[in-house]
Design a protein around this ligand. Sequence first.
Ligand SMILES: [Zn+2]
Length: 138
Amino acid sequence: MRRPWTHSRLDARICLALAVLCFACGLYAALHTPWLCVFGFYGAACLAWCAARLYTEHRSRLVRHERARRAAVVDSVPPFSAPVPCCAFWRHTEGAVHGPDCTRPSAPRHVPDGLPLDAREAAAFEAITAHFDDRSAA
Ligand SMILES: [Zn+2]
């Protein structure tokens, strides 16, 4: 996986390379002109400190970016929506009973018991259901 890139990371690498160069110059100066090594080591220390700060800035930028990405993902998911109470009866019976002031659409409220039957169909229905509660097999 490719590591993410930021300007802070590039600047930190440049500072670290310059710190190594200053440290090498300090070592060279220590061998030939000892008092000059102070500048090289001091410069190396300052550049190393800058590199550490820039790496910290790089990591904090990555964290901010990841937090913003996750917040965008969370915002894109629609929240759970509980059913809206349609009437006082629904609210107090947990949805089992609806009152006369119910605001639900009319179609689910009126479930017909059956279509109106003509005389022949009503007689057939009565013949079928007349012995409905009998315990006989026939
Ligand atoms: Zn209702």
